[in-house]
Design a protein. Structure first.
Ligand code: ATP
Length: 234
């Protein structure tokens, strides 16, 4: 297992958001978390990334225990979190946003990283000098993903990358996700578009009220009647 989370628990004050979640991601996989709003999916990603404090459980990455790691330590090991809502720096240029993403890198790797993401996202190359806040929603999402890739992560944690996008941009984002995996990055994906997410992924976990209630091969869950009713619109 590349990533293994065991019995994760996360509280916000008296609210228990994650109640003992265990999951695993193998190298090369795309793994999806689906579930209703507020089920705890974002919290799980943040807990794994070291961006949210764990009330219990453990996380290991490539065999190392990273449970107590701060977010920047986990990032330095090769785990990038692309949070929901893009959170790009609107007043900075596209290029500057990417440079921030690559700030852990030496100048040569930074240059390689830029070439890699510009190849993957030609629109960002065209708009390198443009203020990021003036990009369209879809382009901002591409920038957020590209910034996450600048660190050349082994594992990319993607939180709701298609949220708020038009169907066409949604398709484009999913195409990029498939391409990122093809280039060798493992992906743990949180998505509200369960249909697309299950089609693109190898394995899926269903999260309900802070717990995993079902998991399996995505192709099999796509055919599951309960999953169809609850998450696939029929
Ligand atoms: P969404 O798709 O709406 O982001 P989610 O499945 O990602 O949902 P989380 O964002 O992890 O769910 O939230 C899980 C629960 O924890 C929810 O009840 C939410 O209101 C609560 N929660 C999340 N973040 C905080 C916070 N910073 N402070 C207090 N409660 C929080």
């Amino acid at each position: 297992m590349m990533l293994e989370a065991v019995d994760l628990k996360i509280n916000y004050g008296r609210i228990t958001a994650v109640r003992g979640v265990s999951l695993g991601v193998e190298k090369g996989e795309i793994v999806t978390l689906v579930g209703a709003n507020g089920a705890g999916k974002s919290s799980i990603l943040h807990g794994i990334a070291g961006a949210e404090k764990l009330a219990g459980g453990s996380v290991s990455f490539e065999g190392k225990d990273i449970t107590a790691n701060r977010a920047h330590h986990t990032a330095a090991l090769g785990v990038s979190l692309v949070p929901e809502g893009r959170r790009i720096f609107g007043r900075m240029s596209v290029l500057e946003n990417l440079e921030v993403g690559g700030c852990l890198k030496d100048p040569v790797s930074l240059k390689n990283g830029l070439a890699m993401v510009m190849g993957l996202f030609p629109v960002l190359k065209e708009r390198a000098r443009q203020e990021a806040g003036t990009l369209s929603g879809g382009e901002q999402q591409m920038l957020a993903i590209a910034r996450g890739l600048m660190n050349e992560p082994k594992l990319l944690l993607l939180d709701e990358p298609s949220l708020g996008l038009s169907p066409l941009m949604e398709q484009a984002v999913f195409k990029v996700i498939a391409e990122i995996r093809r280039l060798g990055t493992t992906i743990l994906l949180v998505e509200q578009n369960a249909n697309l997410a299950l089609k693109i992924s190898d394995k899926t976990y269903v999260v309900e009220s802070g717990k995993i209630t079902l998991s399996g091969k995505s192709g099999e869950l796509l055919k599951d009647d309960n999953i169809k009713k609850a998450y696939l619109g029929g």
